[in-house]
Design a protein around this ligand. Structure first.
Ligand SMILES: C=CC1=C(C)c2cc3[nH]c(cc4nc(cc5[nH]c(cc1n2)c(C)c5CCC(=O)O)C(CCC(=O)O)=C4C)c(C)c3C=C
Ligand SMILES: [Fe+2]
Ligand SMILES: [Fe+2]
Length: 334
């Protein structure tokens, strides 16, 4: 940099990057191999010795899982693409409308648009302060930490780093709990049956991660507790989407759905508070597979409730969380 191209005074622009997990670009085996290959090579997700795991992943897991997962994605794919990507994009657009003084964008931890590409874009547009907002209410190393790792890996490569902050996990934040409450109550009211119970199903994790100090399990329980104290319906918590042969958190959602009818719970609503947007795990695993499991086990009525997605309440919640995350950065009145 010479004196003639001195970039100061710099712009005061602030960027917010919403980040979710990621999704394949298409519902076919080739795109699934690429996406799952990247996702399941992340050592924050699969904590096994890398060389050993790559042999299993490339030789056994991907050849079988990619075509099977592709068929599952085909059942939920929309005209706008993968639901997770389409909803995350709308969340960013909706938040941008509510917060015209900052620049809002979104990225995916795996697949596209990548975190480095969107950080680069924000920086190029003059953002010297960036708030990273992983859309995971409950912190886990496999979700939140890996987003932060990826952002800092990119920053390691650049000379003039922006100031980077990260949104705190918001598992009992009043704005989040109230948004969930309204989302759940509105949908339950609109059902043509009265549920006996509400199942709160969170994405599972290996038990070992809890033993090693990951707070995710406890934060999920705290969300359930905060929510159940405000809802007028009995609440049950379970963990879904088991992967691999390790022990995962219990009770498992699929086992719970099998057992509930024999415990006289035959009319069930299921909400998935850990997912900010509907995705394969909510629309296929629960709304389709979970429903069959429950009805085949003797259940009578089943409803998988929509996630908070890009509803007005969800955008208002994001605005509150982001404003808190930006505290001290925004000039008063902005
Ligand atoms: C909500 C937070 C999530 C945590 C924690 C999480 C941990 C975790 N996931 C896997 C394996 C898979 N997850 C898959 C899909 C998936 N996972 C999350 C969120 C969390 N995962 C979301 C939002 C999605 C849906 C993505 C979409 O495109 O809609 C998949 C891929 C799908 C499949 O083939 O079944 C896998 C695999 C592990 C191993 C793990 C923690 C160790
Ligand atoms: Fe997952
Ligand atoms: Fe799954």
């Amino acid at each position: 940099m010479t004196e003639s191209n001195n970039p100061l005074p710099i712009s005061e622009k602030i960027g917010v990057l919403l980040v979710n997990l990621g999704t394949p670009d298409a519902p076919n085996a080739k795109a699934l191999r690429r996406y799952l290959g990247q996702f399941l090579s992340d050592q924050r997700v699969i904590e096994l010795p890398a060389v050993f795991w790559q042999i299993i992943l490339r030789g056994i897991i991907l050849p079988f899982r990619a075509p099977r997962s592709a068929r599952a994605y085909q059942k939920i794919w929309t005209n706008e693409g993968s639901p997770l990507a389409a909803i995350t994009k709308k969340q960013a657009q909706g938040l941008q409308k509510r917060m015209p003084n900052i620049t809002v964008d979104y990225a995916m931890r795996y697949g596209t648009p990548s975190i480095p590409s969107r950080l680069e874009k924000l920086i190029a547009s003059g953002c010297r302060r960036i708030l990273l907002a992983p859309l995971y209410p409950q912190y886990s190393a496999a979700s939140t930490a890996t987003v932060q790792d990826e952002a800092y890996r990119y920053l390691q490569k650049i000379r003039w780093q922006p100031n980077l902050r990260s949104l705190e996990p918001y598992y009992t934040h009043p704005a989040y709990i109230q948004t969930l409450k309204k989302n759940i109550e509105d949908q339950i009211k609109a059902l043509d049956f009265k549920p006996d119970s509400l199942l709160l199903s969170y994405h599972g994790m290996p038990v070992k991660t809890r033993e090693l100090g990951d707070p995710y399990y406890f934060q999920c329980q705290a969300t359930s507790q905060a929510l159940s104290s405000l809802l007028d319906i009995p609440v049950i918590t379970s963990f879904q989407s088991r992967f691999g042969s390790q022990k995962w958190f219990t009770p498992a959602t699929d086992m719970t759905l099998k057992e509930l009818p024999s415990k006289n719970i035959r009319n069930l609503a299921v909400a998935m508070p850990g997912f900010s947007a509907d995705c394969l795990e909510t629309l296929e695993e629960i709304a389709l597979q979970g429903k069959s499991t429950f009805l085949e086990a003797g259940g009578e009525n089943f409803a998988a409730l929509r996630c908070i997605n890009d509803s007005e309440e969800s955008l208002a919640m994001l605005e509150i969380l982001v404003n808190q995350g930006l505290s001290g950065w925004l000039k008063s009145g902005e």
